[in-house]
Design a protein around this ligand. Structure first.
Ligand code: UD1
Ligand code: CA
Length: 460
């Protein structure tokens, strides 16, 4: 169910598209369904339907795990009415799990347990005890057996004392769903079609209703406001941080880590505070990441050190635009690696150095204030402070080739396309417009003039 408006988000963006850990809320729910090997996923949309459907289709169809369909619920007349829209599309057999697009952190193993409680022939409700159950549907039992769900506004004072509440998540046999949905009405305090009324019908039909009670509130927490979104973001990040530490990753402060994607770590990795990992990032054995780094779509080789305040931003994971940092490389502080940066083993990229769509072979160094764009840099090259490749002529990009063992002095401009042959040297301050042959020195700057005993002008 993803039709609700989300008024309290006070946003133009439909609520279920707000991001948690870099993924839309509803995407978390769909991804959990994929973990359960769902055959079919039906998303019920309403508010912002076009936008919601487009966002889900792009991210989910690409993965192609299951049959994905959308149905629209317009207007929104309640949760029962929402499921009524989806029912005609459902395959007639199997187990239907009802989930909410704004409840992102339900764990797959919890749903697996709920589905086994359903067992293919029972109605299984996911429930939880809340010290303050106000607002939720209460689980009304007779002995152990669930008799009904009483919605807050319809509950008797005695029912309002019940602390066990319905989470909004249920699993039930598909075969029973249609006939129960057909019996729903809206004769209640809110004039809505309550999905929760099907509990009464199950009881009347002699179908057992079971409650699977959990005690982790984050798994059933919905997002209604920016405050709740931020709370769940922290809960999610805490879960990720604990998982990493259990694998042996040293996090200086688990409360100051953000993973918006997938972070894979080898052995003896340490990560200092305030780092953000996006997309797919892998850190090899012994990698150290300093404070305040942002790393996206990159593979960092074993023993590399990413010094503080470095920004690594690879393009699409697995593509030529992903960033690669070789074993033992030293990056930063304040380095910037952009899409297509491929750094070999032992490469040094120092402060205020930007690398884009360039490869640097083993042992190459660019330690200070430099730009390398569309360049192929050979082994052991030393690229001086303040030097840049002028790779863009205003219309087209051109490559710069710097062969092995070249020394580029400080403050050079290499006007691409241009090649510096192996072992060549480019003198400081050179604007290089023609190739440097192997082992040659190129110098292209105004010859120095020194006038002896120069008298500076003085004030009259
Ligand atoms: C519902 C349950 C209540 C439970 C609570 C848990 C009903 C009648 N009540 O309450 O027992 O304790 O969830 O949070 O089901 N939605 C639609 N179309 C609609 C109405 C809702 O798609 O017409 C979606 C919402 O966007 C949301 C979900 O269904 O994702 C739940 O709706 P919400 O209004 O939050 O549930 P409640 O009525 O508060
Ligand atoms: Ca409601």
């Amino acid at each position: 169910m993803a039709a609700g408006k989300g008024t309290r988000m006070k946003s133009k963006l439909p609520k279920v598209l707000h991001l948690l850990a870099g993924r839309a809320l509803v995407q978390h729910v769909i991804d959990t369904a994929a973990v359960l090997s769902a055959r079919q996923v039906i998303v019920i949309t309403g508010h912002g339907a076009t936008e919601v459907e487009a966002a889900i289709a792009i991210s989910t169809r690409a993965a192609g795990q299951f049959d994905l369909n959308f149905v629209r619920q317009e207007p929104q007349l309640g949760t029962g009415h929402a499921v009524q829209q989806a029912a005609p599309m459902l395959q007639g057999d199997g187990v239907v799990v009802v989930l909410s697009g704004d409840v992102p952190l339900t764990q797959a193993d919890t749903l697996t347990q709920l589905i086994s409680a359903c067992g293919g022939d029972k109605l299984a409700l996911l429930t939880i005890d809340f010290a303050n159950p106000t607002g939720y549907g209460r689980i009304v039992r007779q002995g152990d057996l669930v008799q009904a769900i009483a919605e807050q506004k319809d509950a008797t004072p005695a029912q309002r004392q019940i602390t066990e509440v319905y989470s909004g998540i249920m699993a039930l046999p598909a075969q029973q769903l249609n006939k129960w949905l057909a019996r729903l009405d809206n004769k209640n305090a809110q004039g809505e079609y309550y999905l929760t009324d099907i509990v009464k019908f199950a009881v009347a039909d002699g179908v057992p209703v079971v409650a699977h009670k959990i005690n982790d509130a984050t798994q059933v927490a919905g997002v209604n406001s920016p405050v709740q979104l931020a709370e769940l973001e922290r809960a999610y990040q805490r879960r990720v941080a604990l998982g990493l530490m259990e694998q042996g990753v040293r996090l200086i402060d688990p409360a100051r880590l953000d993973v918006r994607g997938v972070l894979k770590c080898g052995q003896d990795v340490s990560i200092d505070v305030n780092c953000v990992f996006e997309g797919q990032v892998s850190l090899g054995d012994g990698v150290k990441v300093g404070a305040n780094c942002v790393i996206k779509n990159a593979g960092i080789g074993a023993s590399a050190v990413i010094h503080p305040f470095s920004h690594i931003e690879g393009g699409k994971p697995g593509s030529k635009d992903a960033v690669e940092v070789g074993e033992g490389a030293l990056i930063g502080p304040f380095a910037r690696l952009r899409p297509g940066a491929k750094l070999g083993a032992g490469v040094h990229i120092g402060n205020f150095v930007e690398v884009k769509n360039s490869s640097l072979a083993k042992g190459a160094k660019a330690n200070h204030l430099a730009y390398l764009g569309d360049a192929t840099v050979g082994e052991r090259v030393n690229y001086g402070a303040g030097s840049i490749t002028a790779n863009y002529d205003g219309a087209n990009k051109h490559r710069t080739i710097i062969e092995a063992d070249v020394h580029i002095g400080s403050n050079c401009v290499l006007i691409a396309p241009v090649t510096v042959g192996a072992g060549g040297t480019v003198g400081g301050g050179t604007t290089l417009t023609k190739d440097t042959p192997p082992l040659a020195l190129s110098v292209a700057r105004a010859r120095q003039v020194s006038i002896s005993n120069w008298k500076r002008p003085s004030k009259k």
